[in-house]
Every structure is written in C-alpha cells, then in structure tokens.
Design a binder for this molecule. Sequence first.
Ligand SMILES: C[S@@+](CC[C@H](N)C(=O)[O-])C[C@H]1O[C@@H](n2cnc3c(N)ncnc32)[C@H](O)[C@@H]1O
Length: 224
Amino acid sequence: MFSQISPAYDLANTLLSLGLDRAWRAEAARRAALPEGGRIIDFCTGTGELARIFLKSGHGVTGVDFCEEMLDIARKKCMEFRWSEFICADATSVPLPNDSADGASIAFALRNLHHVGKVRAVFEEMVRVVRPGGKVMFLELTKPGHGFWRLVYYGYLCLYLPVMGALVSGRSGAYRYLSQSIRGFLDTDQVLGIMADTGLEDIRAYPLLGGIATIGVARKVNKT
Ligand SMILES: C[S@@+](CC[C@H](N)C(=O)[O-])C[C@H]1O[C@@H](n2cnc3c(N)ncnc32)[C@H](O)[C@@H]1O
C-alpha cells in the first residue's frame, strides 16, 4: 500500500491534517529531548519527515522502513545531511547492534502493525537498539477522550478523510484503511502499558489537540 501512495504521501498528509502532522513531528522531536549530536534510529521512517527534523537539529539518524519506494524519497530528502542513512528492514528485526543509539522513534506507524503482539515486538526492538538511559519516543494518531471531540473526529475519519485521501492520492482504499486503522488502534494506556512491559521507565504521554494524537516518551532502564 505504501509503495502505491509514496509519491503523494507527504502532500496528502499536509492536506488531510492541515499541516498539523509537521507541527506534531517537530513537537515529538522536542519532547524526546535527545542529547546534542545524539544518534537516533527512526523506525518506520517512511519518507523521512521525522528523520529530517532530527537531522536539522544536528542529530545522526538511521531511518528504517520495509518499503523501498518510501525510503527512496527519504534518501533524496535527506541527502544533504552527512549523518543520515536509510535501510530497508522490518521494524521487528532491525540489523543494528544492541545499545547502539541514544534514542529510537516511531511516528504514525504503530497503527500499521495490525496487532498488539507486533506493537510489542517493535517496542522490544526499539529498546534493544537504544543504550541504557536512552530515549524511546512514539507519535501516533489516537482517539480523543472527550465525547464531543470524539464525535467530531469520527465524522472527520469516516467522511472527510477517505474522500480527500482518495482525491489526493488517487487510491480510495488507502485512506479508507487509514481511518479504519485509527478507530481500531489500541488505547493510549495500552500502548503505555506495553512500553512499561518492555523495560522502559519514566513514561510520559503528551496528548495533542484533545488526544487526536499522542506523543509518548520514555527512558530505557539504566543497568546498575
Ligand atoms: C504512515 S507511514 C509513517 C511514515 C513516517 N514515520 C511519518 O512520520 O510520516 C508508515 C510507514 O511504516 C512503514 N511500515 C509499516 N510496517 C512496517 C514494518 N513492519 N517494518 C518496517 N516498516 C513498516 C510503512 O512502509 C510506512 O512507510
């Protein structure tokens, strides 16, 4: 699916979120609060939007994704940065050593992993590659808690998003899938629970726009 929509992916995101996706990635990078010049592994990096934000602030980034078409766009977008590399791999099995990065991130991709076991496996992999004391951060579209906003948001998901997504990308299925994946995704507390189970501490959640999206940041337990 991502191979097919890759050329329109960035434009569709901007139009469908009214530019909020960019602001939210920037906020997520800020909340991750990585050490200056630190190295981050961006899981499910897609077209490299979050990777580019980290690179612009002086971090080194390895972006990982299993879709070559998305990675090709990321490579072009980030080629001016010396400390960037993009590798094709499944997020549950990344060919990188243990404890080798200061942070790991994942934006707008946990929903695509389809079941709770895979979400857990990706968090385990993020924890594995990060050094003790390093950060793990996610940014995801979530379900707003408040009744009124929930209603408005579900209207957006079921009506506006599939129609606009189909118009922009020329693929009706992909954006119907997006709205279904948001409605079917885990609750934020369940994601935070998985983070706790996988060896993370100091877990914090930052809801955005009443919980339409959530940033989660945690630290890998320091060995003593
Ligand atoms: C919605 S895009 C998000 C891209 C990017 N992180 C962003 O902020 O725009 C989801 C990405 O996750 C990738 N993806 C989904 N499942 C994956 C997996 N199991 N392993 C690696 N990449 C995966 C897809 O190829 C796609 O590029």
